[in-house]
Design a protein around this ligand. Structure first.
Ligand SMILES: [Zn+2]
Length: 280
């Protein structure tokens, strides 16, 4: 999965430190990120790469996180693709980068960039928010309001019945790959209750014997995903919520196509069922 970057280590501890020329920075314009693509890999710029043309970049950089001993910073400067070889590419590119530590760093940076961008003012009193020096937090000096990066819990559910797995496609998405039932946890709800509710709402089925599989941070949608396998309980007739799903089918284990890029928890769970590596 995209966050499985071993032997590299993602270290998210916040420090109020200043960049050095060798450190990398992330620059986003909307849903694009500044990179150099070489030998099918994404490369992020260092401050040294832009020192000649943009000597002030280093002054306003915000520390993000570290991967091994490489520090990543966020900068607000746009239009840096005038420099030779550097270009803004869609952040969907993170989903096809085989070196997960590069795509994970880029996508977590993108999540933080969106969060900083949408939390510029206090939601209680309207004054500009300030950056804490001590933690990854924004605060209002006027009324004391504090806010932390948004992380929404969400479940992924692999509903199975013997050798069959329930696969679905989401309505209105270009992605034509099969996925699993998924949905956000609502106020006052446990993850298990979310599983039962989402399966009922999206395909009209009842499930039992919930088994937690793994979790995954999913920076693309500001979520933490909790993956469950759940056994069909009773009638197997699928009643599709057509606002959510365009397809919902039972597929036998041996009919499921292999997953090549196991970036997502969904992909890993489908593959674990297909290959029989998960004990149910
Ligand atoms: Zn305030």
């Amino acid at each position: 999965m995209i966050h499985d970057i071993e032997p590299r280590i993602f270290y998210n501890h916040f420090e109020n430190k200043k960049p050095e020329m060798k450190d990398l920075f992330l620059s986003y314009e909307g849903d694009t990120v500044l990179v150099k693509e070489d030998k099918d890999k994404l490369w992020y710029p260092s401050f040294a790469d832009f020192e000649a043309g943009y000597p002030r970049l280093i002054d306003d950089a915000k520390f993000l996180f570290t991967v091994d001993d490489i520090n990543y910073y966020l900068i607000d400067e746009k239009g840096l693709d005038t420099a030779d070889g550097w270009t803004y590419v869609p952040t969907t590119r993170f989903r096809t980068e085989v070196k997960y530590w590069r795509s994970f760093a880029g996508s977590v940076g993108w999540q933080l960039n969106r969060w900083y961008g949408s939390h510029r003012f206090c939601s209680k009193c309207g004054k500009p928010l300030k950056h804490s020096d001590k933690e990854r937090m924004l605060y209002c000096a006027s009324c004391g309001f504090q806010t932390y990066p948004t992380i929404s819990p969400c479940v992924i559910v692999a509903v199975y019945d013997g050798e069959r797995l329930l696969l679905a496609k989401y309505a209105g998405r270009e992605n034509t790959r099969y996925g699993l039932i998924a949905g956000f946890t609502e106020i006052g709800e446990s993850l298990e209750q979310t599983v039962h509710r989402e399966v009922k709402e999206e395909v009209g089925l009842k499930v039992k014997n919930l088994k937690f599989y793994k979790s995954q941070p999913w920076p693309f949608t500001d979520t933490i995903l909790a993956g469950f396998f759940a056994e069909l309980d009773g009638d197997d007739t699928i009643t599709l919520d057509e606002e959510e799903l365009s397809v919902g089918v039972w597929m036998n284990r041996d009919e499921i196509a292999p997953e090549e890029l196991k970036i997502s928890l969904t992909g890993e769970m489908i593959e674990a069922f297909r290959t029989g590596t998960v004990k149910l």
